[in-house]
Ligand binder design. Structure first.
Ligand code: AMP
Length: 369
């Protein structure tokens, strides 16, 4: 158990690191952020920061010597950098968990081996492999890079054969997934402590705009047994991974009520931001608790919530209106430049527990002054 005053190293300088650092400060820890970006969202609220490339071995060595434990808010750290950090300090979650989440092929193989259902998939190494995979899975299908994809980048819908999609997507290899005609997308944030205790927040519904998360409804308006099944799947994955830390598990709910896991992310997750305002212990505090070896409290919520992402200049133009609208809880990430598609902040509106409104009520609740 890390004592107050200890230093938690966070790799990555974005909003997930920022909100983790704020949670760490409340528990009496100092945070040291490692990121290539100067004056990053996380560094703005951290006690210490290193601005260096993720592959800079000297900077990583100095960073490790200055912290008590290392964690991540960004997964795509080079494997050699991870290995170096792990040789010097405890890294939570560990390199093995990160390796799985960095690679869609390893991820799907791991999930299926653990008995977790996913969309049907095939590894695609060349054009002939794509043709064979299409013959097996049928069309439509989704062709994705196995590494470095996010927010819908690095993937292409395949409606017909021979579209040049194989050549267009990099890096190789790719993975072809059968198209899931899903009813909704949900996610569960799950944490596992150093003592093996596992807690999971309620499953939430996620709605996307242009492939970027737009709204999260907490809890997901679905039958209780489906929410419980989603929680059980997330716990099972955390246990199988022997995770120490926090994990976001994204799932599709099919029209027949089947749950298929799409993706796992061993870090705080955009679809868990609602927990900052609707839970006694947010996903960020849970993350820091797991990393620091503290006991994990139950992942209960005291309120229902709708979280709305603020993306790009259009949404940030509404910031004054958001501040002027009673009942909205604003979160700004401190990014200077509102580029298109960039996550700049979010806001949450709370409802009494069990009183999440329907579509009309949600639309009303998001209307700005
Ligand atoms: P991902 O990068 O895997 O998180 O995918 C981004 C988004 O693309 C998902 O949130 C879905 O809306 C959609 N998507 C991804 N994979 C599939 C699939 N196999 N079938 C249908 N939609 C998908």
């Amino acid at each position: 158990m890390l004592a107050p005053g200890a230093v938690i190293g966070i790799i990555g300088g974005g909003q997930l690191g920022r909100m983790s650092a704020m949670a760490a400060a409340r528990l009496g820890y100092a945070v040291h952020v490692f990121t290539p970006e100067a004056f990053s969202p996380a560094a703005q609220v951290a006690a210490f920061s290193t601005v260096a490339d993720y592959a800079d071995q000297d900077a990583l060595r100095r960073f490790a010597s200055a912290v008590d434990v290392v964690t991540f808010e960004f997964e795509n750290v080079p494997a050699e950098s991870l290995a170096l950090l792990e040789s010097l300090r405890p890294v939570r979650p560990g390199a093995a968990v990160l390796a799985i989440s960095q690679d869609r092929l390893l991820e799907k193989q791991f999930l299926n081996d653990a008995g977790v259902a996913t969309a049907p998939w095939r590894a695609v190494h060349d054009e002939a492999g794509l043709a064979a995979a299409v013959a097996e899975l049928g069309l439509p299908a989704v062709l994705k890079t196995t590494r470095l994809g996010y927010d819908g980048k690095g993937q292409q819908m395949l409606g017909e054969p021979g579209t040049g999609a194989f050549a267009a997507l990099n890096p190789k290899p790719l993975v072809l997934e059968g198209f899931v005609d899903f009813a909704t997308e949900i996610s569960v944030m799950v944490a596992r402590g150093a003592d093996g205790a596992v807690v999971a927040y309620d499953a939430v519904e996620n709605r996307h705009k242009h492939h970027i998360l737009d709204l999260t409804l907490a809890p997901a308006p679905l039958p209780l047994e489906l929410l419980e099944e989603a929680g059980a799947i997330a716990r099972h994955i955390a246990e199988k991974l022997e995770l120490v830390g926090l994990l976001g598990v994204e799932m599709f709910v099919t029209a027949t009520g089947e749950l298929l896991v799409n993706e796992i992310a061993p870090r705080p997750h955009n679809s868990g931001h609602w927990t900052l305002d609707a839970c006694p212990c947010s996903q960020f505090e849970m993350h820091i608790r797991a990393v620091a070896g503290l006991p994990l409290p139950p992942a209960t919520r005291h309120s229902d919530a709708v979280m709305k992402n603020l993306v790009g200049p259009e949404d940030m133009a509404l910031w004054p209106n958001i501040l002027a609208t009673p009942g909205l809880i604003p979160h700004h990430y401190g990014k200077a430049e509102a580029r298109a598609g960039r996550k700049m902040g979010h806001f949450t509106r709370l409802f009494p527990k069990g009183a999440l409104p329907g579509e009309f009520g949600i639309e009303n609740a998001l209307t700005l002054s």
